[in-house]
Design a binder for this molecule. Structure first.
Ligand code: GCO
Ligand code: MG
Length: 442
């Protein structure tokens, strides 16, 4: 009671002294609110398309304000059909009528509303909503999203290209082409004769004997050819180029430790995903055995996966697939957490990220001090016809749009020309097996 009286006296005295200015400010604020009422979510739809054989999913949020809408990437190629109902049946009824002003609040309440969380389908659905809200806020402000996140730390994002081939000489040739185009960082992958290696051609010819007729893999052969490839590339391509290699979680933990240790002599920019998320405990062994830089995380969905690797400084690059982690908002937090521990970012940027998702990647690249590198996949013609305003690649760098929001317009008529195609596995992946028939991670 006493305190309230005291406050009343205080406010009263202040109000008297500042009265004209306070009143003016209040009036201005009120006028601004009247001119720009908070947009409300009027509709949420899901745009699906398959340009050049890659299934992409984008969420569109439409507001009750004329011409104000936004797009967010929700692409989960291998289970694409499940993301649409997650958005339409759960997030849409939950969000209709809510204001688009409160991005963090919406993210937290969507995340919590399923009680069980951190899975790829629901995270992608939330990402679609989250990124669409950032797009809307940027359009409202008349600014690209990178401005809303504090502005640029650098002009553009340094990228790496993919050089792949069935044989070593094909990889070297492909890398030389990339370098001639202006890439300074090259990811190299070579095929395994007659087998299903990652990131390179699968040739049936010369297939080793196996107890099955499925795509075949042999870990020892992968270790031998992988290390040989790094040796050849370093020798043939020279010291100036940065080399990267994706191990795609295919080796046993101990083989991975050995591979990283052996690769140290080739001065890698990084080795990617040497272990699967199920074997995170082995990262400490890699660290204790060598100084090869390690990138990890495209399969991560949960803070329980990235937190220990970052805070214990067990990796050098965090490589999350932004929509799998739940969108731009959580990815920004990952970047900030990583900065505190000297870990840099290398957001996953393959073909199965929509251009909206790539714009979110490059936005993070520009606003995060601890940016490391950006994986780049060129946008094919059909993708560019559907997504107008894709990030531009020039001189080795990826550039963000200067237009408001993500700066991308989705042409839904063009998208409808490239619907999801029926396929035997409905976009999912098949299996890869060892000689004896054991199924392995892809
Ligand atoms: C990469 C990745 C991709 C994934 C693909 C899965 O580093 O680019 O490993 O090629 O395999 O995105 O759908
Ligand atoms: Mg990878």
């Amino acid at each position: 009671m006493q305190r309230r009286d005291f406050m009343r006296g205080f406010v009263g005295a202040g109000a008297m002294a500042l009265a004209p200015r306070v009143v003016r400010a209040n009036e201005q604020a009120e006028r601004a609110t009247r001119a720009m009422p908070s947009p409300k979510i009027k509709d949420i739809s899901v745009i699906e398309c398959e340009p050049d054989g890659v299934r992409l999913t984008v969420v569109k949020i439409t507001t009750d304000q004329d011409g104000l809408y936004g797009y967010g990437c929700a692409t989960f190629t291998q289970r694409a059909d499940l993301v649409k109902p997650a958005v339409e049946k759960y997030l849409k009824p939950f969000l209709l009528g809510k204001t688009t002003d409160r991005i963090e609040d919406i993210w937290q309440s969507c995340y919590d509303s399923s009680y069980w969380k951190n899975g790829p389908v629901l995270n992608n659905a939330i990402s679609g909503v989250d990124q669409a809200l950032w797009d809307i806020k940027g359009r409202q402000a008349g600014m690209p999203v990178y401005q809303l996140a504090g502005g640029k730390c650098r002009e553009a994002a340094d990228t790496y290209a993919h050089a792949s081939g069935a044989e070593f000489e094909d990889v070297v040739e492909s890398a030389r082409k990339n370098m001639a185009q202006g890439f300074r960082n090259i990811r190299v992958q070579v095929g395994l004769p007659g087998m299903a290696g990652y990131g390179s051609q699968h040739r049936e010819a010369g297939r080793p004997k196996a107890l099955h007729d499925k795509p075949l893999f042999d870990r020892e052969e992968q270790v031998r050819r992988g290390l040989k490839l790094l040796e050849i590339c370093r020798r043939e391509l020279g010291d100036e180029v940065e080399l990267l290699h994706d191990m795609h979680e295919r080796l046993t933990p101990n083989e991975a430790v050995q591979f990283c240790k052996e690769a140290e002599q080739y001065r890698m920019f990084f080795l990617e995903d040497p272990l699967s998320p199920e074997d995170l405990g082995y990262f400490r062994q890699i660290r204790e055995n060598c100084a090869t830089p390690i990138a990890m995380g495209e399969l991560f969905n949960s803070p329980h996966e990235w937190q220990p690797l970052i805070v214990n400084q067990l990796i050098d690059y965090i490589r999350v697939h932004v929509s799998q982690a739940g969108g731009f908002s959580p990815a920004r937090k990952i970047a900030i957490l990583a900065e505190q521990f000297g870990v840099r970012t290398a957001w996953h940027g393959p073909g199965d990220v929509s251009p909206v998702g790539h714009m979110a990647n490059v936005t993070l690249d520009l606003v995060s001090y601890n940016f490391g590198i950006q994986e780049y996949t060129p946008f094919n013609e059909q993708t560019q016809a559907i997504f107008q305003g894709c990030p531009v690649w020039r001189d080795g760098y990826l550039w963000a749009s200067e237009k408001p929001g993500w700066g991308i317009e989705v042409d839904e008529k063009e998208a409808a020309k490239a619907p999801f195609k029926p396929s035997q596995l409905n976009g999912g992946w098949g299996e890869i097996r060892l000689r004896d028939g054991t199924v392995i991670k892809q």
